[in-house]
Write a protein that binds this ligand. Structure first.
Ligand code: NAI
Ligand code: 13P
Length: 332
């Protein structure tokens, strides 16, 4: 790959589905990989080429050096992938701070917005690790697909274009094509908000409202993404790209998505206890507040937040969305 450094020493934080898949992708791109998992059993299993809890039924190459020792994972890393859930980022980084070398880029791979503060994840990195450049990796990429070696494309964004291009070159491999971008906010907003719309699309499917309603919901969700993107200064082209439209298409239509299946359960009136991680749940609540704070019309995000808070039913949300004042379609 053009411009790829001879050997990258990559630390991956998080032993879940996506951390494991990205560690494998980095291994296949020729990196020396150390993965930090907080759970010793998980770390041991990953070293043996399996992650039965988060990637059941998939066996993969050994070669990932996994550890529960954060200091050891970070010791000589020249790049760090942060792959624990969005709401844990602040606490994880406060531990990382003591061990990461200055100047080493931290690549955010989680998708969400901090529920308590409304902070975008990149701003949390800048706040806690001011000496480390931040990048974001996002796009349509189910962990199981990537771990199985199936092909996909993602985007890596950094404020410094040269860093984005360097990271994209380093992480590209036969089954992972990485584009570069300088639009950090656009890339992270797309990844965070698509999860909320995936819950909405899933609820439509769960409530058996039909494929037409599903397509209409996703399309109008995309309008809300464009509106919020404009308020946050995202480039419109970014939202049309892999981390916006690309990931929206994937997660709003596939039962492989945890956010989509969460929505399906919601639409069916099933129990939501003990389900896998659905990042759209905490993000919906704060995204609705951010939209209100910025004066952005976001009725779907607000409806998802209200349903999740138990304030309205899926049926009431659909009724409210269908009876909103009529308007020109292109009103942003
Ligand atoms: N699974 C997927 O297909 C993809 C996931 N992502 C994003 O990656 C992030 C992580 O997702 P997954 O790996 O799929 O989740 P997961 O539920 O499979 O794994 C999460 C991992 O993080 C660990 N963890 C949770 N809180 C922690 C903390 N405070 N400190 C240390 N470790 C902690 C858990 O023990 C677990 O190993 C999410 O933001 C998700 O949206 C992004 C692209 C694809
Ligand atoms: O972000 C993802 C694929 O790009 C994974 O989506 P889920 O978290 O909804 O499973």
């Amino acid at each position: 790959m053009n411009g790829k450094a001879a050997i990258s020493r990559t630390a991956v934080l998080g032993g879940g589905a996506w951390g494991t898949a990205l560690a494998l992708a980095a291994l296949h791109a020729g990196h020396a990989v150390r993965l930090w998992a907080r759970d010793a059993q998980m770390a041991a299993a990953i070293a043996k080429g399996e992650n039965p809890r988060y990637l059941p039924g998939i066996s993969f190459d050994t070669g990932i050096a996994s550890t529960t020792d954060l200091q050891a994972a970070l010791a000589d890393a020249d790049c760090v992938l942060s792959v624990t859930p969005a709401q844990s980022l602040r606490s994880v980084l406060s531990e990382v701070k003591a061990h990461i070398r200055p100047g080493i880029p931290l690549v955010l791979c989680a998708k969400g917005i901090e529920r308590e503060t409304g902070a975008l994840l990149s701003s949390i990195v800048t706040e806690i690790l001011p000496g480390n450049p931040v990048a974001v990796l996002s796009g349509p990429s189910f962990a199981a697909d990537v771990a199985r070696g199936l092909p996909t494309a993602v985007v890596v964004a950094a404020g410094d274009d040269a860093l984005a291009m360097d990271l994209a070159a380093r992480f590209s491999a036969r089954n992972l094509r990485c584009y570069s971008s300088d639009d950090v906010i656009g890339v992270e907003l797309g990844g965070a908000l698509k999860n909320v719309f995936a819950i909405a699309a899933g609820a439509v499917v769960g409530a058996e409202l039909g494929a037409s309603a599903q397509a209409a919901m996703v399309t109008r969700g995309f309008v809300e993404l464009r509106r919020l993107g404009a308020a946050f200064g995202a480039q419109p082209e970014t939202l049309m790209g892999l981390s916006g439209l690309g990931d929206l298409m994937l997660t709003c239509s596939s039962t492989q998505s945890r956010n989509f299946t969460y929505g399906v359960a919601l639409g069916r009136g099933e129990s939501l206890e003990g389900r896998p991680l659905a990042e759209g749940v905490p993000t919906a609540a704060i995204a609705a507040r951010l939209a209100a704070r910025h004066g952005v019309e976001a009725p779907i995000i607000s409806a998802v937040a209200a349903i999740l808070a138990g304030a309205i039913t899926v049926g009431e949300a659909v009724e409210a969305l269908m009876t909103r004042p009529l308007k020109h379609e292109n009103t942003i």
